[in-house]
Write a protein that binds this ligand. Structure first.
Ligand code: NDP
Ligand code: GDR
Length: 334
């Protein structure tokens, strides 16, 4: 059986990708960083079918050891400091993990086995202040946050190792994607959870930031399929993965509240504490290259995704699960 290594396996995408690779017959090894509380919530259902190993993108020796021990043929580098507001508060850490972490992994591959196929989790945040609509692989980057800047570095170092060392290094430029497993701080999950709490009488309002920003949002389960497909091609490359539709945060609210028969205008408050020092106003991707070259298409629509997320959060809250209040950790202080 081929072996695949996933960094960031405890995250949203890591859990869906692990499921996909198990289905495809891989031995799945997940790299997990040391934390004081073991955090395998998203992996509970597959924990006995995967192998977890400690390692950290900040520590190159740990990466080399993992590669030597497990000899993967494919590596999916999903680990990153992935929350944009935190990147203004911790810009150096963001650079260490989200940017230099990519070089550490590429170097570990170069030193152990250059034939390993590599996937880098690049981001639509690289387009930032967009110079064309929709955004495609050739669209110039203008990142608007330390996170976006770090991802631009990660993207170009991936391209550079491909060109310098003839490695099968791929960059997936993924637009926003959510799911019921999305981190609570990201906007579509904050909205689905807020809607569920309000519907059940557990909250009275939902405080958000800029309601006019627009995003192209798909389902994480569809997007991890594209990651795997990229690594099955003879030639490595860069691919935009997106739905081609864009929705304002206001529209996301409207859709999610309407699903439970409520009007968002009665509950949503725009709070300046959630505004960012520099915003990405409009993202919408053109995934033609992925469609034509690797045959990728999204299956779940935006409406289906938001409804599924609200339903999952209603179920969670009804079953008595207590959700943390994240205001302290998600407002932008800089
Ligand atoms: P999550 O925030 O859910 O997961 C991030 C993962 O990275 C977690 O497993 C986290 O571990 C791990 N991690 C963070 N720092 C380190 C480190 N120093 N060493 C090892 N592991 C680390 O992100 P997503 O699953 O949503 O996203 C996956 C990747 O795709 C990220 O790189 C993200 O930037 C990128 N991306 C995501 C998009 C999206 O819309 N979801 C769109 C485009 C790109 P822990 O659990 O310990 O915190
Ligand atoms: P983003 O996602 O920055 O696009 O990065 P996020 O959900 O954090 O923000 C999307 C947009 O919503 C606006 N917004 C709010 N955002 C949050 N988090 N909380 C709020 O209360 C709120 N109110 C309005 C934001 O200003 C922004 O315009 C995500 C991450 O998954 C990255 O890792 C990934 O690379 C990109 O998507 C593609």
């Amino acid at each position: 059986m081929p072996t695949a290594l996933i960094t960031g396996i405890t995250g949203q995408d890591g859990s869906y990708l692990a499921e996909k690779l198990l289905q495809e017959g891989y031995d799945v090894v997940g790299m997990v960083r040391r934390t004081s509380v073991i955090n395998l919530d998203r992996l509970q259902h597959i924990e006995d079918r995967i192998t977890l190993v400690q390692g950290d993108l900040l520590d190159e020796v740990s990466l080399i050891s993992v590669l030597r021990e497990f000899e993967p043929t494919e590596i999916y580098n999903l680990a990153a400091m992935s929350f944009v507001p935190t990147s203004w508060q911790q810009p150096v850490l963001t650079g260490e993990a989200t940017a230099l972490g990519v070089t550490r992994m590429l170097d570990a591959i170069r030193m152990t086995n250059k034939a390993i196929r590599f996937y880098q989790a690049s981001s639509s945040e690289m387009f930032g202040k967009v110079v064309e609509v929709p955004q495609r692989e050739s669209t110039p980057f203008h990142p608007r946050s330390p996170y976006g800047v770090a991802k631009v570095y990660g993207h170009w170092i991936t391209v550079n190792y491909r060109e310098s060392y003839d490695m099968h290094a791929n960059s997936g430029i993924l637009f926003n994607h959510g799911s019921p497993r999305r981190g609570l701080e990201f906007v579509e999950r904050k909205i689905s959870l807020g809607v569920a709490a309000i519907k059940l009488g557990q909250a009275q309002e939902l405080r958000l930031g800029n309601l006019e920003a627009r995003r192209d949002i798909g389902f994480a389960g569809d997007y991890v399929r594209a990651m795997w497909q990229m690594l099955q091609q003879d030639e490595p490359g860069d691919y935009v993965i997106a739905t081609g539709e864009t929705h304002s945060i206001r529209e996301i609210c409207e859709t999610a509240f309407a699903h439970v028969g409520l009007d968002y205008q009665d509950y949503v408050v725009s709070d300046p504490r959630f505004y960012r020092p520099a915003e990405v106003d409009l993202l919408v991707g053109d995934a033609s290259r992925a469609r034509e070259t690797i045959g990728w298409e999204p299956q779940m629509t935006f409406l289906q995704l938001m409804q599924a997320m609200v339903d999952a959060d209603l179920q969670k809250l009804e079953s008595g699960v207590k959700m943390p209040n994240l205001v302290e950790f998600t407002t932008v202080r800089y």
